[in-house]
Design a protein around this ligand. Sequence first.
Ligand SMILES: *Cc1c(COP(=O)(O)O)cnc(C)c1O
Length: 467
Amino acid sequence: MTPDEFRTHGKALIDWVADYLESIEERPVSPDVRPGEVRAMLPEHPPAEAEPFEAVLADLDRVIVPGLTHWQHPSFFAFFPGNSSYASILGELVSAGLGVQGMSWVTSPACTEVETLMMDWMVELLGLPERFRSTSPTGGGVIHGSASEATLASILAARWRISGGTVNRTGDTTHLVAYATSQAHSSIEKGLRIAGIGTDQLRVVPHDERFAMRADAFAELVAADVAAGLTPFWVCCNHGTTSSMAFDPTPEIAATAHQHGMWVHVDAAMSGIAALAPELRWVNQGLELADSYCTNPHKWMGVVFDCDLFYTADRAALLGALSILPEYLRSQAAESGQAIDYRDWQIPLGRRFRALKLWFTIRTGGVDDAVAMIRRHVAATQELAGLVRADDRFEVVAPHPLNLLCLALRDGDRATDALIERANATGRALFTRTVLDGRTALRFSIGGRTTDERHVRAGWDLLSSLA
Ligand SMILES: *Cc1c(COP(=O)(O)O)cnc(C)c1O
């Protein structure tokens, strides 16, 4: 592709993306395709000769779009949102255009310094504790691709700290024990496996009727493990569980954890962003006691995937666990302590200039847009709860302080499952299910950039007409 062709096709492609997003509501939310169907529409072998770009663009419409679940659709109520905004899409484009590798400060100083500044801006915007700032004596933050990476990084830092660094050499983790509720994210179990700690060393702490961790049960489990000669080292407090958006009582949990030198990780992947709205800052309760914390602008702030903010109050432990210094990566700047090398804050070596999409979003009014959207979604969820409660065939089955409503049919699990299937098959909305204390629930998750009360009401009308 020549530079002139790039200019021409690039402009056409920007129009194509805007057209896609502006007409998305006319499409079914999820595709009607069977496994293998998308691949079968494409040639089995790579082309022998170059094709015109127009042919590629045509296949976006013919093959790709019909094979998508439309995450930006306003009636996408599945999982949690992965919303985007035009400014953040442009930030991604620039990141690709610059094509820099930000693994160390010297490999691209602006990539590192803008990221550090964005992490500090987000401390301010979310009202996070000062100890997470890069300018604090012991803390700092980094952009990870996903909350799952943040969880793993946190486990590795905790593992390093509790062993005084010896685990880096011996790898012996047999006595370490981690804690979370059954409501916590699957990335915890995965992270523990990757870290060599294993699922048997994860204690599932009982939860209460609000699906929040029971601090008393946590304290009992820790005491029993200590009595058995084991070493409690890491606990995950959820601020907004994936299943039902439950909030664990971090202050009480941290009080027990710190008596035993444990690491407290707060996973607020979805709900932490709510703190952009000052009246919702209660989501930060207990963060001043956390050793690490993460939240995802790529879920609810209009910063297109991937953008997870990972903060720690103990960067020495994180760097102890993750820094490796071969000769070819040494630099004066890093050794003088004046520069940050983000490769030491994450699992991979290489890294993209992800801070650009956050910078573009924040500078062009994205924070006010996100606050308005968050308020709209929270209000729509509360209104929806009223509608569900007024229909005696349905039940609200979990607290709904923000933008997720879990509901079920009184007729039982089979009826709820059938309802989810029938509603999704219409293509007019998309929902996912979960199981809460053995009972099937429909998750009505409200988080699209363009989702408003009208879409929520239509989603509810669909459910009530099919029930
Ligand atoms: C979505 C979510 C995750 C996983 O986030 P990724 O960024 O997709 O890895 C982890 N924890 C919670 C509470 C979540 O809601």
